[in-house]
Design a protein around this ligand. Structure first.
Ligand SMILES: CC(C)(COP(=O)(O)OP(=O)(O)OC[C@H]1O[C@@H](n2cnc3c(N)ncnc32)[C@H](O)[C@@H]1O)[C@@H](O)C(=O)NCCC(=O)NCCS
Ligand SMILES: Nc1ncnc2c1ncn2[C@@H]1O[C@H](COP(=O)(O)OP(=O)(O)OP(=O)(O)O)[C@@H](O)[C@H]1O
Length: 200
């Protein structure tokens, strides 16, 4: 029996940071952001569909997706975001399911890092949900710093998702990532011990 853990949170709340910690305990992580990039590479059907919906201008001269341009459209416009989600999410879900099932054969636990686990209705993919939580001021500050975004662009992204408070209220477990990375690691270790995935 392998436990499938859904890891989620808000943008820049620390999912990748916690994913790296899972990997340090030899627990594999499938990252939805990485899969979402793979499915829109040149030659993929999803990219052709994006061009049909958003126009040729959404491509860079080398034929790859102009991600900043698409981001500037969809993070400000709910209808366009839904349009993009309807193209990308089913393919992402299919690939993640296959990867999950492959890894389940070998590992006692598998993590699916899915930023839109609740919004994208992907809960059926996982057994337990871990939400990485930070206060909104910490989230805004870390996002602006990491992505070199203005406050407005960062807020557009944050507000395009379900609030972190709401996500935390739906979780099986919440990891508080306001503190140091070491404090976050300690919380994860405790969790993995209580779920009997690692021995203390
Ligand atoms: C719009 C795109 C091209 C912008 O690319 P960019 O390189 O700037 O961002 P990146 O892909 O690294 O995403 C960063 C974060 O933005 C948030 N985010 C991405 N897409 C969405 C969305 N459709 N709705 C809400 N938040 C989103 C997530 O928290 C994600 O971790 C890209 O995010 C995309 O293709 N999004 C649609 C696919 C998707 O929903 N991905 C999320 C995981 S399935
Ligand atoms: N405990 C921490 N202390 C200080 N900085 C942190 C901590 N956790 C994460 N960070 C920093 O905050 C930023 C966001 O973290 P991370 O990339 O892990 O978030 P994420 O949830 O994976 O983001 P995204 O939704 O965009 O994929 C990064 O620059 C990271 O280095």
């Amino acid at each position: 029996m392998s436990l499938v853990i859904g890891l989620t949170g808000g943008i820049a709340s620390g999912k990748s940071t916690v994913s790296d910690l899972f990997r340090q305990y030899n627990i594999p992580v499938v990252d939805a952001d990485v899969v979402a990039r793979e499915v829109v590479e040149p030659g993929e059907p999803a990219l052709a569909e994006i061009v049909r919906s958003f126009g040729e201008d959404i491509l860079l001269p080398d034929g790859t997706l102009d991600r900043p341009k698409l981001g500037s459209i969809i993070f400000r416009d709910e209808k366009k975001r839904e349009q993009l989600n309807n193209i990308v999410h089913p393919v992402v879900r299919e690939r993640m399911t296959a990867e999950r099932d492959r890894l389940k054969k070998t590992y006692p636990a598998v993590v699916l890092d899915i930023p839109l686990l609740f919004e994208g209705k992907q809960l059926q993919l996982v057994d337990k949900v871990v939400v990485v939580h930070v206060d909104s001021s910490v989230q805004l500050e870390r996002l602006m710093q990491r992505n070199e975004l203005t406050e407005q662009a960062a807020l557009d992204r944050i507000n395009s998702q379900m609030s972190l408070e709401q996500k935390a209220s739906k979780a099986d477990t919440v990891i508080d990532n306001n503190g140091t990375r070491e404090e976050t690691r300690e919380q994860l270790e405790q969790l993995l011990t209580s779920w009997e995935i690692i021995d203390k």
